[in-house]
Design a protein around this ligand. Structure first.
Ligand code: ZN
Length: 261
């Protein structure tokens, strides 16, 4: 069986801030992507359903897709949720537990911007509407760079804070910047997370590590054909062409140098 695309979005906004264009999908493009999914028979499933199917539970629909949003930007909820609800799609929002209702302060040093984040009221509304809220640590650090105790605390406390604020269990997390190694993965397991999403690009196959799930990034530069290509391969059309061209060139060089068997 082909793997399931776990789509990774960040911001959905018509204001693409300099330095953040890659992470900002325009509302019209997002709506077109979601309409394409439903028109072509894709059904969104939760991470719980994905894990359950892999553990021998109810099978997934033929064309299953998981939709995720990192960071909890207010605008991605404002523009994304009405589209998702209208089309009967579900999604997971990974929230930075220590910055609820605040701003994305981690973006200031690197990119010079700060974006508003959703607060507890909106997060609870999301959950009540059938969306999933997952953890994205307490302060959005690069977990690999932290000392062991700080690393464990960022992971453990994010779950505790979110569970307190939401009033129910939180089972899923995403590593900020996709920063993880064996120790980070262990911290996620010790904190009791059932899944943790990485930024390793690719479809999530049956043997994908639940604590380092592959995902499919969707960027602000993607055309609809790019989106379709990503959905099926993990990569945009141009990226695939470049990768294939590199592979073809390597093969050609081998042939020309007499190295081919
Ligand atoms: Zn993030």
């Amino acid at each position: 069986m082909r793997g399931v695309p776990i789509l990774m979005y960040h911001q959905v906004s018509s204001h693409s801030l300099p330095g953040f264009e890659k992470y900002t999908v325009a509302p019209r493009a997002f709506a077109a992507q979601m309409r394409w999914l439903t028109r072509t028979g894709y059904r969104s499933v939760s991470l719980d359903a994905l894990l359950a199917a892999r553990a021998g539970g109810p099978p997934l629909p033929h064309r299953a897709v998981v939709i995720t949003f990192d960071d909890g930007f207010a605008e991605c909820v404002e523009h994304g949720v009405p589209v998702l609800r209208a089309l009967g799609l579900t999604a997971t929002y990974y929230l930075v537990a220590g910055l609820m209702g605040g701003v994305s302060s981690w973006l200031r040093p690197d990119r010079g911007i700060e974006l508003p984040l959703i607060g507890w009221g909106t997060a609870r509304e999301l959950c009540a509407a059938g969306f999933t809220c997952g953890a994205h640590t307490v302060s959005h650090p690069r977990l690999v760079a932290l000392a062991p105790e700080a690393r464990r605390e960022e992971v453990r406390a994010s779950r505790e804070i979110l569970e307190g604020g939401l009033g129910h269990a939180v089972h899923h997390m995403a590593y900020p910047y996709g920063s993880y190694d064996a120790a980070v993965r262990e911290a996620a397991a010790d904190a009791g997370f059932r899944s943790a999403a990485s930024v390793r690009i690719g479809l999530s196959g049956a043997t994908d590590d639940p604590l380092a799930l592959h995902r499919v990034p969707v960027t602000g530069h993607d055309s609809l054909p790019d989106f379709v290509c990503r959905l099926r391969t993990g990569h945009a059309a141009g990226e695939l062409l470049r990768r294939n061209a590199r592979g073809a060139l390597r093969g050609l060089r081998r042939v020309l140098s007499g190295g081919a068997a």
